[in-house]
Design a protein around this ligand. Sequence first.
Ligand SMILES: CCCCCCCCCCCCCC(=O)SCCNC(=O)CCNC(=O)[C@H](O)C(C)(C)COP(=O)(O)OP(=O)(O)OC[C@H]1O[C@@H](n2cnc3c(N)ncnc32)[C@H](O)[C@@H]1OP(=O)(O)O
Length: 203
Amino acid sequence: MSEPGNIGGFRPRRYRTDGGGPDFGRMIEALRRIQDGITAADAPEGVVTEVADMLEKVAAAVEPYEVDEEGMIAGRRVDLPGRGQALIPPLEYDEWDEDHVVARCSMGRFYLGANGAAHGGVIPLVFDEVLGRLANTGRPVSRTAYLHVNFRAITPIDAPLRVTGTVVRIEGRKRFLTAALHHGDTLCADGDALFVALNPGQP
Ligand SMILES: CCCCCCCCCCCCCC(=O)SCCNC(=O)CCNC(=O)[C@H](O)C(C)(C)COP(=O)(O)OP(=O)(O)OC[C@H]1O[C@@H](n2cnc3c(N)ncnc32)[C@H](O)[C@@H]1OP(=O)(O)O
């Protein structure tokens, strides 16, 4: 179903917080543990077989309840770490308004690149997530046009990280933002991004 004035284009998402329904947050938390645990494990064959059997049962239990994008809960629960979407590191927001965000997270073994450092692809994911939230707060929906990332130092896994985002300026449809990721006093990465507000009909 198309939104009025945006025929065939972007359908605004309905973000939500806990409505008192099933404990979706607990399920996603368990999924994150599985992602980290399986990534880190070198288990004996019997355990691997048993876990594979259990995971196949888990998949079979949820598959009958698949809904279309409109009905999804993952990615829409803004009250849950990483919006309840297990792809996104479990970001939690301490500050969030139209001008800036401050978030924190720790990335487990699932996000490991090598030698204790987070995978380089995860940092743009974190910045896109944090800046996307900021760019779209209190404003019509926009999408990332570019995101430039500088890797200044390794980003350690299993360590407390702080992510900040700032709106630098807005020029018509164009929103310019910057982001930084720190571990303690160490600047691990920074970046700048352009988000462009969508025209009617744009997906
Ligand atoms: C309450 C809120 C809760 C929120 C929680 C939610 C959290 C969610 C977080 C999740 C967030 C996830 C977010 C995601 O991951 S979004 C997914 C990743 N992004 C995309 O898929 C976007 C794909 N690209 C496009 O759709 C189009 O290219 C867009 C829409 C971006 C622009 O195409 P459009 O045809 O509409 O625009 P235009 O060409 O007329 O250009 C317009 C102006 O922009 C300038 N320009 C354009 N591109 C660039 C460029 N690369 N460098 C420099 N400048 C560029 C251009 O020069 C022009 O400037 P000017 O000549 O007017 O001065």
